[in-house]
Design a protein around this ligand. Structure first.
Ligand SMILES: [Zn+2]
Length: 122
């Protein structure tokens, strides 16, 4: 490290920091954060997410009013990190595919391939 250079740059990328604000709000670190995640969000947190997502599922974009149940708080099962609100079917789909990106990408490719095959078969 060159002499005179600060050891740590505070907020090297302010735009990215702002974008991360939403995520950070729902991902308090440490034991307290874990307790929050396990036993529910702080008062107002769900409303904040609901407003941020305009009452829509983060995946299918359907509005909460289209469902009999409220949108579910989706979280990473490994880290407990809250990701946002999802409708029941989308939340269940992620869970059934174990939040596995590769499986989800293969599922998309599967649908695309089969749709192409159907289209070429007339
Ligand atoms: Zn959905």
């Amino acid at each position: 490290m060159p002499a005179g250079r600060p050891k740590r740059i505070r907020n090297p990328n302010p735009v990215r920091e702002t974008e991360k604000g939403y995520t950070r709000r729902f991902n308090r670190g440490g034991v307290e954060g874990k307790r929050d995640r396990k036993f529910g969000l702080a008062p107002g947190d769900r409303d904040f997410m609901h407003d941020y997502q305009q009452g829509q599922c983060g995946i299918c974009q359907r509005h909460e009013s289209e469902f009999t149940r409220k949108l579910a708080v989706d979280h990473c099962h490994e880290t407990g990190r809250v990701r946002g609100l999802l409708c029941g079917p989308c939340n269940t789909a992620l869970g059934l595919l174990s939040d596995d990106r590769q499986r989800l990408e293969r599922a998309i490719r599967w649908l695309m391939t089969t749709e192409e095959a159907e289209a070429s078969n007339g």
